[in-house]
Design a protein around this ligand. Structure first.
Ligand code: NAD
Ligand code: GLY
Length: 358
């Protein structure tokens, strides 16, 4: 088992990564505080893992809230349902919310924990690759609004992240590929050696070789934990973690959060960010080609022809990184070096979006 730490003074917490970790009662006992536990999951993940998890919290009062599955259900209404269960069971401030599932469950359960009685403890038990490398770490919680992705939310750090890599055995291949988009993102923003390793090991990752997946999860979490530790509330550096996301969120919003998986939209967005960087003269054309090839080998989309360019540009304008009316973007100074800027030619942004959209 690997243990990493997100260093945030009195809000520091461990990320535990291991195969079969959900079958370690002592570990769960140590890292899930409180007597009253609300286990939040969804209709796909609960039948797979809720019972074994609840069984290992023997002696506690475990109540379950099982939500509908999927991104279209990442709504305030479903957070309200979680809060209703907490109230109905008279849970106090010393309760713990356990989020068992992918990023959708994690973001909603975390937001409910942030709101209930002005903040209770929560533990992330991520079961998708995307959640294991990204959404379970860093304390961003929230829901979508019909007008934009993740527009409603709060920063609220979990007290622990418990990652059982064996849960990936049941993950559909398309979801695995979506998670790999976020893994590629880490190489692109911070770590050339990791990016090279991904190029050499993509087939092993797609074949779910445990050693390869373990390394990818660990390195991704290390990079995210370092950045969050330095800039918890995204005053600066943390924004680089959104590489590809402004383009990707526009695809997701424009398609009503259905059709495209979040990771797929990020994959196409990474290539658009690289292409715009090339237009700005900060990235070499060969590096953009390298990225395109890696995304293709991963089985990720490299364009969004079903979304008209004008619709994508419109949705980009309500991104959370818009400042004084200007869309701030994460661009690249080559593989391994991301930066945030509002300084790019508008024509280059428009031309890039037009080149990758319908
Ligand atoms: P998801 O939560 O919808 O999970 C994907 C699918 O896999 C769902 O159908 C789910 O039920 C199913 N699933 C989950 N675990 C499974 C398992 N072990 N076996 C079989 N099926 C399983 O999607 P996701 O990709 O995990 O997360 C995407 C969400 O995460 C988006 O809403 C995105 O905005 C959010 N996100 C948040 C952050 C953050 O920092 N908070 C970062 C990145 C992404
Ligand atoms: N996924 C972006 C962040 O956590 O900041």
């Amino acid at each position: 088992m690997d243990t990493l730490t997100v260093e945030l003074e009195d809000r520091s917490y461990p990320i535990l990564i291991g195969a079969g970790l959900l079958h370690a009662p002592a570990l769960l006992d140590r890292h899930v505080p409180g007597r009253d536990i609300l286990l939040v999951s969804n209709t796909v993940v609960a039948p797979l893992y809720a019972e074994p998890l609840a069984a290992r919290l023997a002696g506690r009062r475990v109540v379950e809230a099982v939500l509908p599955d999927g991104e279209p259900h990442k709504t305030l209404a479903n957070v309200s349902r979680i809060l209703d269960v907490l109230v109905a069971n008279r849970f106090g401030r010393d309760c713990t919310v356990v989020a068992l599932g992918g990023g959708v469950v994690g973001d909603m359960a975390g937001f409910a924990a942030a709101c209930y009685q002005r903040g209770v403890a929560y533990v992330q038990v991520p079961t998708t690759l995307l959640a294991q490398v990204d959404s379970s770490v860093g304390g961003k919680t929230g829901v979508n609004h019909p007008g934009g992705k993740n527009l409603i939310g709060a920063f609220h750090q979990p007290v622990a992240v418990l990652t059982d890599t064996r849960t990936l055995d049941t993950l559909p291949p398309r979801e695995l590929r979506a998670g790999l988009a976020e893994v590629i993102k880490y190489g692109l923003i911070r770590d050339t050696a990791f990016y090279d390793w991904l190029e050499s090991n993509m087939e092993r990752l797609l074949a779910r070789e445990p050693d390869a997946l373990g390394h990818a999860i660990r390195r991704s979490c290390e990079i995210k934990a370092e950045i969050v530790g330095r800039d918890e509330r995204e005053q600066g550096e943390r924004a680089v973690l959104n590489l590809g996301h402004t383009f990707g969120h526009a695809i997701e919003s424009a398609t009503g959060y259905s059709g495209w998986l979040h990771g797929e939209a990020v994959g196409a967005g990474l290539l658009m960010a690289a292409a715009l960087s090339r237009e700005c003269g900060t990235m070499r054309p060969e590096e953009v080609d390298r990225l395109r090839r890696l995304l293709e080998r991963t089985g990720l989309p490299t364009a969004a022809r079903d979304v008209p360019a004008d619709a994508a540009l419109e949705h980009m304008r309500i991104d959370k990184k818009v400042k004084a009316g200007r869309i701030r973007l994460v661009l690249l100074r080559g593989i391994g070096a991301a930066y945030v800027t509002g300084d790019y030619p508008d024509g280059a942004l428009r031309a890039t979006v037009q080149a990758y959209h319908g």
